[in-house]
Design a protein around this ligand. Structure first.
Ligand SMILES: [Zn+2]
Length: 612
């Protein structure tokens, strides 16, 4: 049983190329022996994420994330191990024998099944059942087309207290506890369960992989006493801050444009797509989160905010600037407040839903009229405060210094400082002073997206550098030289973790065959040692201009000599410490006297060896 499981995993792994799988998701460029790209697991502007084809592993030299193709899919796509195995097997055309998930994986699959059935149930009521009539009328009045209803799988929840509950427990035989875990039912005061969503228009909320993980329900009557929207509660599957409505349906459109318009609500998004502006997502609220930005960074280079131009929009823009600063994304804003076309059409102050519905052509024009987030905040500050008075000027500086202080690109920052100085009619160097003062106040990274840059050679001790480089040179040596180099390194006793077992395995392998392939060799090691081997083999610190050093002989001789010298110094130091300890004794035994002369002999031998 276990064997067949193992061999299935092996078969799938052999049929898979990690470079293809990651390359479908990230932009990778060839760099020496590796492929290289921006790390998807931490925010960064210069690529420190490496994928190695021979080893079939990835590693980020910035945040340390590393693993094989299964681990990549688990971390990047949030798949379980069973899901990643199934996904890769399907891709390679391999039919897996029954591979029943267990424990948490099985529970997750069950909840996904329930949520998908619920989507189907609500959708059926909206589109087919007479109870769905009010929902159909409502959508018709809002101009929502049949295509949109189908694409976003909109639905309707019956007004009954137990419509969905009965369907799922009586007809589909699921347990109430599973319905509760999926966030679909609520327990009343008398301990009875009832449907969470009743008499509402239903929007399925999907994760980035297209799985339904929750719902948002909207009341139909404008004057209803209940909340306009209610959402699924946080569950093991639904995390509000990760979710982007429309992402899974529209990400191909977004990828094509390399831009994404971020809107507030579901209807804004639906109306926009009906006006043929399809590179959109809705955040269901007004603040973008870090994980939403990570998702957007996978498919776009520009994020365009289409949020209400009031103070909430300004706040959301300021917050988004902070989050985006650590990434490679560009942030722009659709400027509703100052668009001449919008003014001419008499539609100022209307939300994107209404603009797109009533004047699709105007919405298409607006969606291309963006200004940089910095310009937007500057304009807004100048409108809110009085630049003619000293107090107003101070307010403007206070509002903008934190924003402009965050610009990492000096030329760009300089541009906005000039602009601000002109607007305030003060000297640019004075404005610059205020802004740098703010920038210096920042203590350490504010968000986890801003991890430190990859550790450079200075973060390592001389010994670590020499050892890692020697291992790099060993692994890139011509096959006939590997044994000899490995033997020397073993003799020197490296401190690098895992070096001893790996070097021993390497020598053993070369004794039986002169064929050496790093990928095959890696497979014979356990996961921890594999990761260590990959680290030495692919360390970009030791590539010259992104190229693997071709002729390693000269480099090897220099490094080996330095390592020997270090080892010699260490040994000498050790002997001297022992000698000193013995010297301090007032009376010495015969054994101790013998020990001293032995140590002195050792020093002489060492010195002779060193001179050779
Ligand atoms: Zn990273």
């Amino acid at each position: 049983m276990i064997l067949s499981h193992m061999s299935q995993v092996q078969t799938v792994k052999l049929a898979t190329n990690i470079v293809d799988v990651i390359g479908e998701r990230l932009k990778l460029d060839r760099s020496g022996a590796n492929y290289r790209g921006l790390c998807p697991f931490h925010g960064e502007k210069s690529p420190s994420f490496f994928v190695n084809e021979a080893m079939q592993r990835y590693r980020c030299f910035g945040c340390g994330a590393s693993g094989d193709v299964f681990e990549f899919l688990e971390n990047y796509d949030g798949m379980t191990f069973a899901e990643s195995l199934k996904y890769l097997a399907d891709k390679a055309g391999i039919v897996l024998e029954s591979f029943a998930p267990t424990g948490a994986d099985a529970q997750r699959e069950k909840l996904l099944e329930i949520l998908d059935l619920t989507r189907e149930y609500y959708h059926y009521i909206l589109t087919e059942h007479r109870i769905g009539e009010p929902g159909r009328v409502y959508l018709k009045n809002r101009g929502v087309t049949q295509d949109s209803i189908k694409l976003f799988q909109l639905g309707f929840a019956t007004p009954a207290w137990d419509g969905l509950l009965n369907y799922l427990t009586k007809k589909k035989k699921y347990h109430l506890s599973d319905l509760e875990a999926a966030g679909l039912v609520v327990k009343g005061q008398q301990g009875r369960y009832y449907d969470r969503f009743r008499g509402r228009l239903m929007f399925p909320l999907r994760n980035h992989r297209g799985q339904v993980v929750g719902f948002s329900g909207r009341v139909l009557e404008a004057e209803a006493k209940e909340a306009k929207y209610i959402n699924s509660p946080e569950t093991s599957l639904y995390h509000k801050s990760d979710l982007l409505f429309g992402y899974s349906e529209l990400f191909r459109e977004i990828k094509k444009h390399q831009k994404v318009i971020v809107m507030e609500g579901e209807f804004d998004l639906i109306s926009s797509t009906q006006a043929h502006v399809n590179h959109v997502v809705a955040i269901k609220g007004s603040a973008l989160t870090e994980s939403q930005i990570k998702l957007l960074g996978r498919v776009a280079t520009q994020v365009l905010l289409a949020l209400d131009g009031d103070s909430a929009g300004v706040k959301a823009t300021e917050r988004a600037i902070e989050l985006i600063a650590a990434t490679n994304l560009e942030l722009r804003v659709i400027d509703f407040a100052r668009s001449p076309e919008l003014k001419a059409a008499g539609m100022q102050g209307k939300d994107p839903d209404e603009i797109a519905r009533k004047n699709p052509k105007l919405w298409r024009t607006l969606s291309d009229q963006t200004i940089s987030a910095y310009d937007f905040l500057m304009q807004s500050a100048f409108e809110r405060f009085d630049a003619a008075s000293p107090a107003g000027r101070k307010q403007i500086i206070d509002a903008l210094a934190p924003v402009l202080g965050r610009i990492t690109h000096a030329v760009e920052q300089d541009y906005y400082i000039q602009k601000l100085a002109e607007g305030l009619n003060v000297r640019a160097d004075l404005v610059a002073k205020d802004i740098t003062r703010f920038a210096n106040q920042k203590v350490g990274p504010k968000f986890s997206t801003t991890r430190p840059e990859p550790p450079g050679p200075k973060a390592l001790t001389k010994r670590q550098q020499l050892e890692q480089y020697s291992l790099y040179l060993l692994l890139h040596a011509p096959v006939e030289k590997i044994s000899e180099r490995a033997e020397l390194l073993l003799e020197l006793g490296l401190a690098e973790m895992g070096s001893q077992p790996i070097l021993e395995a390497l020598m053993k392998k070369l004794k039986t065959s002169q064929d050496f392939e790093i990928g095959k060799f890696a497979e014979s090691l356990g996961a921890d040692l594999q990761a260590q081997l990959f680290f030495w083999f692919s360390n970009p610190l030791y590539e010259k201009n992104g190229e693997v050093i071709e002729d390693t002989t000269a480099e090897w001789q220099t490094i080996a000599a330095e390592l020997k010298k270090l080892a010699y110094q260490r040994e000498l130091q050790e002997i001297q410490t022992q000698l000193e300890a013995l010297d301090h004794l007032e009376t010495k035994t015969k054994e101790q006297e013998a020990e001293i002369s032995k140590l002195l002999e050792k020093i002489v031998l060492l010195q002779q060896k060193q001179r050779l």
